[in-house]
Design a protein around this ligand. Structure first.
Ligand code: ACO
Length: 457
């Protein structure tokens, strides 16, 4: 087993600082692990009690009878070096320090002391000042956010590394609500030992991960990360969102994770050179990730739009062109067949407008034609679910077509509650959905450009 595997697939976890107080962080972490589906052993550590949640509680990690693969530390910062030393003596291979109060508040010496102990015992450490890991496959969950307040996403193929714990965790809650899925989430905080480069390298080898998303503010070892990025982005897409790009943002960064934000232009040029995909917002990060994780690389940039609403067709056209993609010209034979089948008011152009009385069958025929047509590289299906003739089984037709298709297929559907329910069904079956054409077109562009970049390498 590699050292970092102990973070994601431990057989046993100790919570050091498992408080008896239900409002305290160590207590909630223990509760989350017990209430989740983690299959391994859980050891609460607290010198003030000998039982927690019906489990034996130990005064120190040294008193635990069994082996510990992962220790999660939630005691005040000044106590952390002693606990780390005990972890080392117990031969714990992986440690997560949740506690704050280190470099982010100017306490670099304490962080240094911790690093010395980590190195002495050859442990690997995530944190301090982080919320750690959520892995939906192994159900390792070191969050101190109660499950009833923060939903966890289901198993998927998007990994998310975040320097900021709060940002990462609330995004996870939002992803779970939308039906977006993940392979792993890691908040790594001040990165005293394990940093973004180590995690990116690890995720590149992770069979469950198809796309790596990264939010960070400053890099401690820029060159190490860029070299990793160069290697990994040849294999898997790496999408980056960098915080602290304004003068004021740079100041905010130093008191958040104690790191230096650096120049926006320098970072951006280096990411480009290393083959990373840059996102400008959190929504864009996950738009790109969902498309890259679920869709095949297109052969070219010709997009066919299929719609039941003229206005959405026009806007989608504009955004396709704005994003340096082109409109496909359907094969003549295929068009002739469709003309014979469809009523005369269907507009057989691009956008192909099935009009306001489109039904599921009309969509099925149009999408199947686009899937087969060699003149088309990508398919953007606009489904305004609100029209009376369109029944909810449209989601079955679209996801079946997407399964058959060797071309990217995405759905644009704007609307309220009814629409959101159907979109979640589509997301569940692996079809990326968007509310607005601009975000859909930007994501198709990111997919196309990733394919072009890969061809060049
Ligand atoms: N080993 C194990 N347990 C111990 C030890 C020890 N050596 N010594 C004390 N404990 C117990 C305590 O007795 C207590 O249990 P009790 O409540 O049953 O008595 C428990 O450990 C916790 O210790 P406290 O002193 O009560 O510490 P508290 O829980 O108040 O705070 C914490 C600890 C949460 C780590 C705090 O110092 C801290 O760092 N807070 C900030 C955390 C944070 O925000 N991290 C970054 C997250 S990232 C983000 O952006 C959100």
């Amino acid at each position: 087993m590699k050292k970092l595997d102990y973070f994601f697939r431990p057989k046993s976890i100790a919570i050091v600082g498992a408080s008896r107080n239900p409002k305290k962080i160590g207590h909630v972490m223990l509760r989350n692990l017990i209430e989740g589906k983690f299959q391994g052993r859980v050891y609460p550590i607290n010198p003030k009690t000998d039982r927690m949640f019906d489990l034996p509680c130990y005064p120190s990690i040294l008193k635990v009878p069994g082996r510990i693969d992962l220790a999660v530390i939630s005691v005040p910062a000044p106590m952390v070096p002693r606990v780390l030393d005990e972890c080392g003596r117990k031969r714990v291979p992986a440690v997560i320090i949740i506690s704050g109060g280190f470099a982010e508040v100017g306490n670099t010496e304490l962080e240094h002391d911790c690093l010395k102990i980590i190195k002495k015992y050859k442990m690997r450490c995530i944190g301090p000042n982080c919320i750690g890991i959520f892995d939906p496959y192994s159900e390792v969950d070191t969050f101190f956010l109660p499950r009833y307040k923060l939903e966890r996403p289901k198993e998927g193929s998007i990994a998310f590394i975040s320097q900021s714990g709060a940002l990462g965790s609330v995004v996870l809650d939002w992803m779970a609500m939308k039906g977006y899925k993940i392979s792993k989430f890691i908040s790594y905080g001040n990165a005293v030992d394990v940093d973004e480069a180590d995690l990116t390298e690890y995720l590149a080898q992770d069979p469950a991960t198809r796309v790596i998303c990264c939010y960070f503010e400053g890099l401690k070892q820029g060159r190490k990360f860029f070299n990793t990025l160069k290697r990994v982005s040849r294999k898997k897409p790496v999408i980056i969102l960098k915080g602290g790009t304004t003068q004021e943002g740079v100041h905010a960064v130093s008191s958040h994770t104690g790191s230096l934000a650096g120049s926006k232009q320098v970072h951006s040029a280096a990411f480009d050179q290393a083959g990373a995909i840059q996102a400008q917002s959190l929504e864009e990060l996950f738009d790109f990730a969902r498309v890259l994780a679920s869709q095949p690389i297109p052969r070219g940039n010709r997009v066919q739009i299929i719609t039941d609403g003229g206005g959405f067709g026009v806007l989608t056209t504009d955004w396709v062109i704005e994003n340096r993609l082109t409109l496909a010209h359907m094969n003549k034979k295929i068009l002739t067949t469709l003309k014979r089948t469809f009523p005369p008011h269907v507009v057989l152009k691009n956008p192909l407008d099935l009009t306001g009385d489109a039904d599921v069958e009309r969509y099925r025929l149009a999408i199947d034609a686009a899937v087969q047509d060699p003149n088309i590289d990508m398919i953007a299906v606009v489904t305004l679910f609100q029209i009376p003739t369109l029944t909810a089984d449209i989601t079955d037709v679209v996801s079946a077509a997407s399964d058959r298709s060797d071309k990217p297929l995405i759905v644009i559907a704007a609307g309220g509650r009814f629409t959101e329910v159907l979109k979640k069904t589509l997301e569940d079956s692996g079809v990326p959905t968007f509310s607005y054409p601009e975000r859909a077109a930007q994501s198709l562009r990111a997919l196309y450009e990733f394919g072009q970049e890969r061809k060049r390498k």
